[in-house]
Design a protein around this ligand. Structure first.
Ligand code: NCD
Length: 327
């Protein structure tokens, strides 16, 4: 039995829905509602208020790829909401029956049966993993990063950070820098902006060979976003409101020579950032390797540490919105 579940647009409500792709967002109000809940969650955390929104619920978290931020913030989010049972399954690719050849559908069925989970959080290297998993369980799947194309909860926390730091999320000049071919965070964020912040101007800056895929750029343009592409960061940095830096995604390279060719080809330093505005922010989904010099970390324009905390608040918001009809 596979069920007939399809990726459903949110249409104003997250309750009981899978969260597979940012393309499920249809309306600005959806993200605004989520942000309002996130800000409420932020207050609860700051006041150390004990919440019990998820009392009685069980959440399973299955990760087939490395993670620090996404994994811990989902875990902490569920705990802070008073979840009764949390099944933390890191290292699925190494320690589960996947090693014996079990398929993702069978593993998802298994987890639903053995834990009676009300929701499953999944990170997996295949682009279609979350969509596929959703076909084999009755409970909602939250995509915590799939392949090279989608990382919807990262996009939500990124947009929340932009709004918190700059006071607005539309009409900004955003420079996205790095491995735009393999990076999934920039793809989800740009697609989310196309719906939530359609007056954004995005400039993609990448080393040769790591450019954003053509069909992805075409999709953004079709939605009305103004998109530019260049390999010259110096030219576009002075007018940027947001510089979104990403690492070169070494794990997707098949030829180590290819990686060495692009390694270290861009590094954000305090000197370079003299060219940028004083009121702008530098973001990074992290982990960083060498693309941001730690000497820049004390600059007031740094938003990459705050981004991580916003991940806790926005994931708390999303978990309650999916599991509870009224928040
Ligand atoms: C990102 C990811 O997994 O795509 N990490 C994260 O979730 N913050 C970015 C990356 O690995 O480069």
């Amino acid at each position: 039995m596979t069920g007939e579940k399809k990726i459903e647009p949110f249409r104003g409500s997250f309750f009981g829905k899978d969260v597979i792709s940012v393309e499920q967002f249809t309306d600005k109000k959806e993200i605004e509602d989520l942000f309002k809940i996130a800000t409420k969650m932020k207050r609860s955390v700051e006041e150390r208020k004990k919440r019990d929104d998820l009392k009685g619920f069980c959440i399973a978290e299955l990760f087939y790829q490395p993670s620090t931020r996404t994994y811990t913030s989902f875990y902490a989010a569920a705990q802070r909401l008073g979840v009764s049972y949390f099944i933390p399954l890191h290292g699925m690719a190494a320690y589960s029956s996947t090693v014996k050849g079990e398929s993702l559908p069978d593993t998802i069925r298994t987890i639903e049966q053995t834990t009676a989970a009300d929701l499953i959080i999944l990170r997996h290297p295949d682009d279609s993993s979350s969509e596929q998993a959703a076909l084999y369980t009755q409970v909602p799947i939250i995509n915590a990063g799939s392949g090279t194309k989608e990382h919807p909860t990262q996009a939500i926390l990124d947009l929340y950070t932009i709004k918190e730091e700059l006071g607005k999320m539309d009409g900004l000049e955003v420079v996205m820098l790095g491995d735009l071919k393999n990076g999934r965070t920039i793809k989800s964020l740009a697609k989310l902006m196309a719906v939530m912040a359609p007056k954004t101007k995005i400039t993609f800056v990448s080393p040769t060979g790591l450019e954003a895929p053509l069909d992805f750029i075409k999709g953004l343009k079709n939605k009305g976003l103004v998109i530019k592409e260049t390999d010259n960061l110096d030219k576009v940095l002075p007018s940027a409101d947001v510089l979104y830096v990403t690492r070169i995604q070494k794990e997707w390279f098949t030829d180590p020579e290819e990686y060495r060719r692009v390694q270290g080809s861009y590094i954000i330093t305090p000197e370079l950032m003299r060219k940028a505005k004083r009121k702008m922010i530098v973001m990074h989904p992290l982990p960083r390797v060498e693309e941001i010099d730690p000497n820049f970390d004390s600059d007031p324009r740094v938003a990459y540490f705050k981004q991580m905390r916003n991940g806790l608040y926005t994931r708390m918001a999303l978990l309650t919105a999916v599991l509870r009809k009224t928040v």
